[in-house]
Design a protein around this ligand. Structure first.
Ligand code: 4AD
Ligand code: MG
Length: 478
């Protein structure tokens, strides 16, 4: 028996008339003769030709959609259309049967909602195979980008006692017996009795610890899971998502924008090169989906064109204040088409506004800077105008905000003053403030929402479809 060869390699094989062993799952079986077999190494199936006259009928019956097979046979140049090679089987072994009556993934189009309910099996569809291979490449490319530039990958903690964004959206971590929580004499929860001796939560961001690393290692990045208990049941939010957070000593906001733009282009290009087949498949998928929409809602570009366009154009950079002026004067605002009308300076932008700027006004990715301090986190560097901070958000077509970042406030007095104004406890963050006490320096960083990146590159419409097992309100199945 020859060693197993992956289907991707077989389909690219220059040699034919060789003995091969191939293993995978049946995608389809037609005319008792042709098996479409897939092993996840590529979206394309290999065709197995069965000599049904000389095969035990009992075995033939067990070749059903979803079954796992091991096939030995000869790789030959294909006579049929649609493939260059196929395998003429000499020996078929059923590794695992699949009851065709009960197997949920049939060789037909299933809705994404249906597949979300069968997330344990959706990897076996062409769409999800493509998505998760692209996701894998993007993750690898992120590491490669930073490693090539001498960044240190820093593992920041998942359990923390702080809320870096100060938004109060944390999940508590405890090992209390919830039916019998220790109380103090005054009736409050006695956290001294808890595992860590204090209230703790899952991290919402690795940034604060990342900054500590950057203040010695200069260039660091984190890439890990983050958790937010925001009750947003949207196509852009998850309760558990992965974030990439570089932090760079001596960088200012312009350096920060350059780094983010370079990184985004690098990883998108990597996926385009590495996953050409998958992206072509996803492009066709999206084009089909677009056809079901009314003409005026259809995208002008295909997925592939959108990705290439993103690589070939500089991102538009402007301030929040300039953006507000554009939005105020925009047709949808004047015609009262926005759900949240733009009335004046100071309010946060909604995704309808972000998408107007990106998709209608500039028609390319946009970086907005210098937001009002009231709508941004305490750690952002304050501008001399007293009202704005050195923030940046990168907005992408179809997505809205994909990156949030800033130059950091490196001046101890300004930082403490802002924390006091915002009610952030300075005593608890003594370790963070120490970096400003001992050798503080200008520095900047950002957070890229990994699933929003995968959403953009795959052209999918719902963030729940680009992470293997999504966590969102009222759902933690699998
Ligand atoms: O803008 P955010 O909240 O920024 C931070 O957390 C900073 N500490 C980052 C930094 O400067 N180091 O989040 C960063 C990005 C957002 O732009 C978005 O892409 C993504 O994280 N994000 C989410 N993705 C999925 N689900 C959610 N609930 C998300 N919340 C934020
Ligand atoms: Mg943000």
């Amino acid at each position: 028996m020859s060693q197993r060869t992956k289907i991707k390699a077989l389909l690219q094989s220059q040699q034919t008339e060789i003995d091969v062993t191939v293993k995978g799952w049946v995608r389809a079986f037609r005319s008792n003769r042709f098996i479409a077999l897939n092993d996840g190494s590529t979206n394309n199936n290999i065709q197995i030709v069965v000599d049904f006259e000389n095969t035990d009928p009992a075995l033939l019956k067990r070749i059903t959609v979803g079954a796992a097979l091991s096939v030995e046979g000869k790789l030959i140049a294909s006579l049929g259309k649609g493939q260059t090679v196929e395998v003429v089987a000499t020996e078929i072994e059923i590794l695992g049967d699949s009851d065709p009556e009960k197997y949920p993934i049939q060789p037909k189009k299933h809705s994404l909602e249906f597949l979300r309910e069968h997330a344990h099996l959706r990897f076996r569809t062409s769409t999800f195979g493509a998505i998760f291979r692209v996701r894998n490449s993007l993750a690898f490319a992120v590491h490669q980008f930073f490693q090539e530039r001498g960044f240190v990958y820093l593992h920041t903690p998942i359990i923390t006692a702080s809320d870096a964004e100060g938004a109060g959206e944390t999940f508590h971590v405890t090992n209390f017996d919830l039916d019998n929580i220790p109380k103090t004499d005054t009736g409050e929860i006695d956290f001294k009795e808890d595992f860590f001796g204090r209230p703790t939560n899952l991290t919402v961001s690795g940034q604060l610890e990342g900054e500590l690393g950057a203040m010695a290692l200069s260039d660091i990045y984190t890439f890990g899971p983050t958790f937010r208990a925001e009750n947003s049941n949207t196509t852009r939010h998850l309760a558990e998502f992965w974030m990439i957070e570089p932090e760079v000593a001596f960088n200012d906001l312009v350096d920060n924008m350059d780094l983010a733009e370079d990184m985004l282009k690098y990883v998108i290009k990597y996926a385009l090169d590495k996953n050409a087949d998958d992206i072509e498949f996803l492009t066709q998928r999206l084009t089909e989906e677009e056809k079901t929409k009314p003409q005026n809602e259809r995208s002008e570009m295909t997925l592939l064109e959108k990705l290439q366009f993103c690589l070939n154009n500089d991102f538009e950079r402007l301030t929040y204040t300039e953006a507000i002026d554009i939005l105020k004067e925009s047709t949808p605002n004047k015609k009262k088409k926005f759900v949240y009308p733009i009335e004046g300076w100071g309010t946060d932008l909604q995704s309808e506004h972000e998408r107007y700027l990106v998709e209608k006004h500039f028609k390319k990715p946009v970086i907005l800077t210098d937001y009002p301090k009231e709508i941004k986190a305490f750690y952002m560097r304050q501008n001399d105008d007293g009202t704005t901070v050195r923030a940046m958000d990168i907005l992408f077509p179809g997505i809205g905000e994909i990156v949030g970042g800033s130059q950091r406030e490196e001046r101890l007095d300004k930082l403490e003053q802002r924390m006091n104004e915002m009610g952030i406890p300075t005593e608890e963050l003594w370790w963070y403030l120490d970096t400003r006490r001992f050798g503080s320096c200008p520095h900047a960083g950002f957070g890229l929402g990994f699933e929003r990146l995968v959403l953009f590159v795959t052209g999918m419409g719902n963030i729940r479809d680009v992470i293997p097992f999504p966590r969102f309100p009222k759902n933690a199945e699998f």
